[in-house]
Design a protein around this ligand. Structure first.
Ligand SMILES: NC(=O)c1ccc[n+]([C@@H]2O[C@H](COP(=O)([O-])OP(=O)(O)OC[C@H]3O[C@@H](n4cnc5c(N)ncnc54)[C@H](O)[C@@H]3O)[C@@H](O)[C@H]2O)c1
Length: 271
């Protein structure tokens, strides 16, 4: 169902790799809600993914950008404003990658140049995106910037590895940059802390199925899907949430406030 929540709004969506991606669902929902936007992803992901189909479906143009390259980001922001005919109202940062995770390197045995690369891609890129937008004065007043995160930033999930540290850094950047974006430009910055979701990035974490079903049994409302995450993101891009900023917003069916659930107790109780 469409509510025209983003009618007339313009934005940039990072991170749609395939139809499972949270960014992909967000692009589809933003299109349904009347937004116009540019899609972007790392040049390598463009070759692997199917982003052209999404562009066609949503009437969007694609501009490749490695989110760790300030030069690419400057080009992206400048070209997006040209294509969309003005400043932006929303930006989605839906980017994450850890080489240590991908190559099965244990947290206690990290290869630090991989760690650095992962931090650059998963966290510092958010600073780079915002600094580029800020310097180019590319955001309209009451615009909204959202990045996606995971609760391993606050609690221990051993197999989430160095991504836990990257997410803690990402959430801190949202608050610190959000202060300046708020006071100087009236733009809000938030992170959404999403349930485990079966995407390329999500399923790449060791033991994903285990903590996916654990979270499902623990959450009073069950895990939030990628489409539900897209819906929540749309509300944050809309004018209905203008004074929400500097927040890490849990979108997890209630998981983050649980101690134990009956379903989990049953799994550990002998008959
Ligand atoms: N899937 C989950 O369980 C889950 C849970 C909470 C938060 N998140 C977060 O949601 C976000 C989106 O991930 P997803 O689950 O949709 O997976 P995904 O694999 O579909 O998306 C990750 C995206 O990051 C992009 N990317 C990687 N390196 C990049 C670079 N250098 N420049 C630009 N883009 C780059 C990839 O190409 C891909 O499109 C990530 O921040 C992820 O950590 C995911």
């Amino acid at each position: 169902m469409s509510y025209n929540l983003l009618k007339g709004k313009k934005g940039i969506i990072f991170g749609a790799l395939d139809e499972n991606s949270i960014a992909w669902k967000t692009a589809e929902r933003a299109h349904e809600e009347g937004a116009e936007f540019v899609l972007t992803n790392a040049p390598i992901a463009m070759r692997m993914g199917t982003i052209n189909q999404l562009a066609e479906k949503t009437g969007s143009q694609i501009i490749p950008a490695d989110a760790t390259s300030v030069e690419d980001l400057e080009n992206l922001v400048e070209k997006s404003m040209e294509i969309l005919g003005g400043k932006l109202d929303f930006v989605l940062h839906s980017i994450g990658m850890s080489i240590n995770v991908r190559k099965g390197r244990h947290y206690t045995d990290q290869k630090y140049d991989w760690t650095q690369k992962g931090t650059d891609v998963s966290a510092m890129s958010f600073h780079k995106v915002m600094q580029t937008l800020y310097k180019a004065d590319a955001m309209n007043e009451w615009g909204s910037i959202v990045a996606l995160t995971y609760m391993a930033a606050q609690r221990v999930f051993p197999d989430y590895n160095d991504m836990a540290d990257n997410k803690a850094y990402l959430e801190s950047i949202a608050r610190s940059f959000g202060y300046f974006f708020g006071t100087d430009k009236k733009v809000r910055v938030n992170t959404i802390s999403q349930s485990p979701t079966p995407t390329t990035a999500g399923s790449g974490v060791k033991g994903f199925e285990g903590f996916f079903s654990y979270a499902e049994k623990m959450s009073p409302l069950g895990n939030a899907t990628a489409l539900e995450c897209a819906d929540y993101t749309i509300t944050l891009f809309s004018d209905l949430t203008k004074k929400v900023t500097l927040q890490n917003l849990f979108h997890d069916g209630g998981f983050s406030n649980m101690g134990v659930s009956t379903k989990i107790m049953e799994a550990f109780t002998k008959d």
